[in-house]
Design a protein around this ligand. Structure first.
Ligand SMILES: *Cc1c(COP(=O)(O)O)cnc(C)c1O
Length: 414
């Protein structure tokens, strides 16, 4: 089948909820993806940071295949021989006492919300039904009905109401607004240490530390959504470490399985997750042995291949190279580790055409919020590959600039 045929099939039978580049991937390995015509691309999205360990990492795939031949799903009605070890390894790695495993990121965010509310009623003593959770403008925490209830993005919410109450917005990075939003009924502040989908926004230095101090003082929980920025992406195991904070609840997903299987989890101490009793929550697939085995391998790869360190090193180099590009189309380059956003100026007429041109050059990027090109390659990327990527970005900006300049002198067609 041709690329067009695959595109047509998807468009005909799949609900139209994304705006993908029309590249049809057939295989992928390491940092590379190959389309149905055999063209090779450097993956600079890593499935929104899920494929941090690289595509089809042999150790993770081995774990998948081996476990798949033994047992895939027992349900939590029975126990399995993988879940306990997975939980212990995840807890030891992140420094928390307990975990509650789920499948998708949004489900884990739901767990965090439920845990914070339960803690608020049973420990803090907030009157039942009155709990408030503070969230940030421009947040992204997933797409379930409750989670979009606390999105500030109109497009995510339109015609999906009525919404779940109990959430209050503050501008991301604004310490005064955070203080003002606290009431006796506040049970938690939910925050992304770096806003991913909102355009790779790094908060002002000291913001997270301030939030942690405020949460301690006001007896409320700090919940870090590290689904995208956690597990090495920003150059530390958790992005929270950049400000030396220890959130009460950390939400993980995406790279927790290296992109091989949907696995998410909440980690926290026993004073919070110990409040859950049978019947309080559940998931048919959550904590299944296949997920647990895959995730154990994914975490081992992360640690043993020093992926956080490599993210810090290659990220710093890439950021430097991108900042050196002189173009009237580049407004700024920002980020941490291998989570980098390049914002284009209004004259650039959007980020998408740069992504399309990069795809021609064999670099797959996806724009976020129309004006930001995101660079988030797998964390296994080498210096040589990072340099090649930077060269391609330079070339593409120069070419589009030259093309626009040439086009300006010509009469407008028609
Ligand atoms: C991707 C993401 C989610 C949602 O994860 P899903 O697996 O798509 O449900 C939540 N929070 C953040 C910060 C994310 O990047």
């Amino acid at each position: 089948m041709t690329t067009n045929k695959f595109v047509q099939l998807e468009d005909q039978y799949v609900a139209n909820i994304y705006h993908p580049l029309d590249v049809v991937i057939e295989r992928a390995e390491g940092v590379w993806m190959v389309d149905v015509d055999g063209k090779r691309y450097l993956d600079c999205l890593s499935a929104y940071s899920a494929v941090s360990q690289g595509h089809c990492h042999p150790r993770i795939i081995n774990a998948l295949v081996e476990q798949a031949q033994k047992a895939t799903l027992t349900s939590r009605a029975f126990r399995n021989d993988q879940l306990g070890s997975f939980a212990r390894e995840l807890c030891e790695l992140t420094g928390y006492e307990m975990t509650l495993p789920m499948n998708s990121g949004a489900e884990a965010v739901e767990v965090a919300v439920k845990a914070a509310r339960k803690w608020g009623y049973e420990v803090k003593g907030v009157p039942d039904g009155q709990a408030e959770i503070i969230v940030c403008l421009g947040n992204f925490h997933g797409r379930t009905t409750t989670v979009i209830s606390f999105s500030s993005e109109a497009a995510y919410k339109r015609h999906f109401g009525p919404f779940t109450p109990g959430f209050k917005f503050v501008p991301f990075g604004d310490m005064d607004a955070l203080v003002d939003a606290v009431t006796p009924n506040t049970v938690a502040f939910l925050v992304e240490p770096i806003q991913g989908e909102n355009g790779i926004n790094v908060p002002p230095a000291g913001y997270l530390k301030f939030a942690e101090t405020l949460c301690r003082r006001e007896n409320m929980l700090l919940i870090a959504d590290e689904i995208q920025v956690g597990l090495g992406r920003t150059g530390k195991l958790l992005a929270s470490e950049h400000e030396d904070i220890r959130p009460d609840i950390v939400v993980l997903g995406k790279a927790l399985s290296g992109g091989v299987y949907p696995v998410s989890a909440v980690v926290a101490d026993r004073n919070i997750l110990g409040l859950f009793n049978p019947g309080d929550h559940g998931s048919t697939f959550g904590g299944n042995p296949l997920a647990a085995a895959v995730s154990r391998a994914a975490l081992r790869v992360l640690v043993e291949e020093n992926l956080a360190e490599n993210a810090a090193e290659q990220g710093e180099y890439l950021m430097q190279r991108l900042r050196r590009i002189e173009s009237p189309y580049i407004k700024n380059v920002r980020g941490r580790g291998l989570m980098i956003g390049l914002e284009v100026t209004p004259e650039a007429r959007g980020a998408r055409r740069f992504c399309e041109e990069l795809a021609v050059e064999g670099v797959l990027c996806k724009e976020t919020h129309k004006t930001v090109v995101r660079f988030a390659p797998p964390l296994i990327i080498t210096r040589e590959q990072t340099a090649w990527l930077a060269d391609k970005v330079e070339e593409v900006f120069a070419r589009i600039e030259a093309r626009d300049a040439a086009g300006k002198g010509e009469p407008i067609a028609g």
